[in-house]
Ligand binder design. Structure first.
Ligand code: NFS
Ligand code: SF4
Length: 638
């Protein structure tokens, strides 16, 4: 068995892994250590698309070079990547669609929510070409959601959200390349039809299909989800909160909220407040909600709810022995959670009809019945408090402080304190003068196959030391939060130029400084990063591809990250991946994505201005990213 210190940087998680071993409980880290990696699958050359197979292509020409149907490694790898992107895209699109319907039900009076982001609503309505004069909020919601629904059904033209949110130069480029999707559902269906056995087998064409689909992910997935969540729950503003397993409290009823769509998570918080008075009846001091993964991000961003942990260690809150319920919705929820939960008093509660786990309690959540479901969930957690086994309780003590809530609106507002009439100017000036070298978004997950948090944290340390501004989302933002990089305390790791700017902007806002990394939200909130880039490009009158910026997912695991990464590539942003993307079995696909060979006829770099940087070592990755940033600076003449 590997030493727990090699599995995660988080000492609280290490402590829980030791406890799990003593108690004979298996975790994802144990399973990862035992799982041998298939050489074919790792390179993406294994095909299971029909019953003639499975077929696999032998590496280095030693063995079969084509599947039974004649598909070669390039076709198989391109199809597998496409299918990953399809999975990611459908997850995000379904997320967006849920929010659209929740808004409609709310204004029709069937769902117990309130429209809290009226400014955002008006701004979206105007952007979508809706006349807002004299219209009531409900009428605006009706018209905006109608525009959203068109993006799932229109048969001509392209997505309203793409027209609304894309940078003009990107739009023109995609249009010229015939990459504008008509509607989200059709594009997903076409992609499925396209990747079946015996359909598209031209790897270059398949890659272009993958890019087209990633635009669905970006606009009808990420942007639409974020925008409409802001309409429903308000746009995030700076908040202060705490990180690490220490946020679980021994004498309180602890409920972990895990998953993605804030419709459930927000309601659980609301009902925990309403039912606070029930806690003393079972001997608890109150009700404590903690976040895990992206539901954690959503609650952190809008409510300042503390975060217990991120993806790879999602079993650990249960292992504390003090978690009374873990409530989940969709995506990134390990099926193995129930195996762990059944060894404790913790009740794992699934809520979505198409996302159940056998053995878990299922309490159906729908927007119409949101209050009943949330009430029942909280009541169950309260009664579970009495079922705890005191001998099994051990909560790691460490806690870190973090700031989050950096929506684009919040960032612009913070910058306005420095320059009221021209808020982007101080940022752009700092980049031009070299105080800030460029900006990198740290996104994505943690992965039980890699030492948890190490790669996210190391990369950021290296970047900020070199005066690169960092923004973060998803579970990688949680990694930074756990290690003080979302707090002004982390400023000591920054280069002098960056530290100066963060201190100046922070002080103009009455804070000692801004943190070295700005937490911009969940994974769908990568849309906020795209918005920020569009705004900067617009301000400078250049393309997004010309900006000295990059994205990076050092510890990713989910196909959603591949969809997001492809969307950013298509937008002209370099994307670093620290985990094997399972495409190396095809030289063609690898060359198109990484532009590794200079004379290769097509690359995403030539078509869009962004390329994949695959490097597992974070320090080396930082060097490669910085090299590209310097190249882009030079081209801008700064
Ligand atoms: Ni993003 Fe969020 Fe976390 Fe990764 Fe999963 S929770 S949507 S996919 S693991 S960051
Ligand atoms: Fe094999 Fe072709 Fe069928 Fe894939 S589609 S399993 S390569 S025969």
């Amino acid at each position: 068995q590997p030493d727990v210190k090699d599995l995660t940087m988080d000492t609280g998680v290490q402590q829980m892994l030791e406890k799990a071993r003593e108690e004979g409980i298996e975790t994802a880290f144990d399973r990862a250590a035992k799982m041998t990696q298939c050489g074919f699958g790792s390179q993406g050359v294994c095909c299971r698309l029909c019953l003639e197979g499975p077929c696999r292509i032998a590496p280095k020409g030693k063995g079969p070079q084509r599947g039974v149907c004649g598909a070669d490694a390039d076709t198989i790898v391109a199809r597998n990547l496409y299918q990953h992107v399809m999975q990611g895209t459908s997850s995000h699109v379904e997320h967006a669609r849920e929010i659209v319907h929740a808004l409609i039900e709310t204004i029709e009076g069937h769902a117990p929510y309130q429209i809290q982001g009226t400014d955002k609503l008006k701004c979206l309505a105007q952007g979508l070409g809706i006349d807002i004069e004299g219209k009531e909020i409900n009428q605006l919601v009706k018209e905006v959601t109608a525009k959203a629904l068109e993006d799932f059904q229109k048969q001509h033209g392209t997505l309203n959200w793409l027209k609304l949110k894309s940078h003009e130069k990107n739009f023109q480029n995609w249009e010229a390349l015939n990459l504008l999707p008509e509607n989200a559902h059709a594009e997903i269906a076409k992609s499925l039809a396209r990747t079946v056995m015996g359909a598209d087998s031209d790897p270059a064409n398949l890659l272009m299909g993958t890019v087209k689909l990633s635009l669905v992910d970006g606009f009808a997935g990420l942007h639409m989800s974020t925008d409409l969540q802001d309409v429903m729950f308000g746009t995030p503003r700076a908040v202060k909160a705490q990180y690490r397993l220490g946020v679980i409290k021994k004498d309180m009823v602890n409920i972990a909220v895990h998953g993605h769509v804030p419709l459930l998570a927000e309601k659980v918080v609301e009902w925990a407040g309403k039912l606070e008075g029930e806690a003393p009846k079972v001997g608890a001091q109150g009700i404590n909600i903690v976040g895990v993964c992206c539901s954690g991000n959503e609650l952190l961003m809008r409510k300042g709810v503390n975060v217990a942990t991120n993806y790879a260690s999602q079993e650990m809150p249960i292992i504390t022995g003090a978690l009374d319920a873990m409530v989940v919705d969709i995506q990134c929820i390990m099926p193995g959670l129930q195996q762990v939960a059944q060894c404790y008093h913790t009740e794992l509660i699934t809520t979505i009809p198409y996302s159940k786990i056998s053995g878990a309690t299922h309490i159906e959540f729908s927007t119409e019945k949101a209050d009943e479901a949330a009430r029942e969930i909280v009541m169950r957690a309260i009664s579970n408090f009495t079922k705890r086994d005191p001998n099994k309780i051990s909560i790691p003590e460490e806690i870190t402080e973090a700031y989050a809530g950096f929506s684009v609106e919040q960032i612009v507002e913070a910058l306005s304190a420095v320059n009221k009439s021209d808020p982007l100017k101080p940022l752009v000036d700092s980049i031009a003068s070299g105080s800030i070298l460029g900006a990198v978004a740290i996104v994505g997950c943690t992965n039980p196959r890699r030492k948890q948090d190490k790669y996210n944290v190391e990369l950021v340390m290296e970047l900020i030391k070199n005066n690169v501004l960092v923004v973060a989302t998803g579970c990688s933002a949680h990694s930074l939060g756990k290690f003080g990089l979302l707090s002004p305390d982390g400023l000591k790791y920054c280069g002098e130029g960056l530290r100066g700017v963060l201190t100046a902007v922070g002080q103009a806002n009455g804070l000692p400084a801004l943190p070295p990394a700005l937490h911009m939200g969940s994974c769908v909130d990568n849309s906020r990063i795209a918005d920020l880039l569009s705004a900067l490009a617009g301000y400078l009158n250049v393309g997004v591809k010309d900006l000295p910026v990059a994205g990076s997912c050092p510890e990713t695991h989910h196909p959603k990250a591949l969809a997001i990464g492809t969307y950013f590539l298509a937008s002209g942003v370099d994307v670093h991946v620290g985990v094997n993307p399972q495409v190396t079995g095809s030289e063609l696909v690898t060359n198109v994505l990484t532009a590794a060979k200079e004379d290769f006829p097509i690359t995403t770099d030539a078509l869009f201005g962004g390329k994949i940087i695959y490097e597992e070592d974070s320090v080396k990755a930082a060097e490669l990213i910085i090299e590209r940033i310097k190249m882009k600076r030079k081209a801008l003449g700064i």
